[in-house]
Ligand binder design. Structure first.
Ligand code: NAP
Length: 258
């Protein structure tokens, strides 16, 4: 990520770049990570985006991309020691708690600057009927009737014991066992409110289950549920590691990095 004419590497505002370090390792898999990769690349900042490799056909970000796990904290620590990025931006999904914890531990071990980019969670407005759950298993215990499950393919097994109809919507088919009354809907957002209203009406959905992912890409189901008077069970986010600076938007991340 270095070379003649290479752009100035990102650094803390007003701080000096750390010796022998350059570029950004961007832990991705989210829309925000792709937006940040585009913005940094446009500013001439060398970015290497990292994807877990979960999706068969991922939307690729701008700039360089690597795919696959690092091998836990030891693997990421070795990787950071060998590649010496100036900064790691953890822009993984709010529920990718394993990667977030690994990034915090490996960055601390190698003295690598770490910034967490995490979009704010959703907030209920007038007319919303939201019920909060601490886990997918807890959410499964709070629903009955026809359930619209939008929590993604991982963890679907928590709902395998539900007796009724369960619409399972995800990008790729889940590997977990599905409930006996499952209807699998393979689709990639964003979805419009009109789409979500039509789907919920067609299947006579009684309750929606979602992670508190935040952001606009998947929020239409919440609007549709409110309009139809349907409750939403929201799974709370896992906590963030202590001591890691957090920004809530791509703009804030850019302000810190450039
Ligand atoms: P996770 O449980 O936190 O991570 C499990 C392992 O997957 C990590 O320990 C790491 O393997 C690998 N990994 C995760 N993110 C990676 C990345 N960006 N680059 C390289 N390796 C990565 O993560 P997850 O919940 O399975 O999510 C996987 C990916 O999907 C993340 O990138 C996340 O942003 C995206 N995503 C997740 C959700 C969700 O609801 N969890 C939703 C949308 C998108 P090693 O230990 O071998 O390094």
């Amino acid at each position: 990520m270095t070379g003649p004419g290479a752009p100035r590497p990102p650094q803390a505002r007003g701080g000096a770049p750390r010796r022998g370090r350059s570029g950004v390792l961007l832990l991705g898999g989210t829309g925000e990570a792709r937006e940040l990769a585009t913005a940094l690349t446009a500013r001439g900042v060398p970015v290497l985006s990292s994807l877990a490799g979960r999706l068969a056909d991922p939307v690729l970000p701008a700039g360089e991309v690597r795919v696959g796990g690092f091998g836990g904290v030891p693997g990421l620590t070795d990787w950071l020691g060998a590649h010496r990025p100036e900064v790691v931006v953890d822009a993984t999904h709010p529920f990718a708690a394993g990667m977030t914890a690994n990034a915090a531990a490996a960055c601390a071990a190698t003295g690598t600057r770490l910034l967490r980019l995490q979009r704010p969670g959703w907030t209920a407005g007038p007319g919303d009927d939201w019920r909060w759950a601490d886990s997918l298993a807890a959410a499964a215990g709070m629903v009955r009737g026809t359930v619209f499950l939008t929590t993604g393919r991982q963890g679907v097994g928590a709902f395998a014991g539900l007796p009724g109809r369960v619409l399972v919507r995800c990008v790729d088919p889940p590997t977990d066992p599905l409930p006996p009354g499952a209807v699998l809907l393979l689709a990639r957002g964003p979805f419009t409110v009109a789409d979500e209203l039509a789907l919920m009406r067609e299947h006579a959905v009684d309750v929606v289950v979602s992670k508190d992912s935040g952001g606009h890409m998947t929020a239409a189901k919440l609007d549709a549920a409110r309009q139809l008077g349907i409750p939403v069970v929201l799974v709370r986010r896992p906590p963030l590691p202590a001591g890691v600076p957090v920004v809530g938007s791509v703009e804030e991340a850019l302000a810190c990095l450039t």
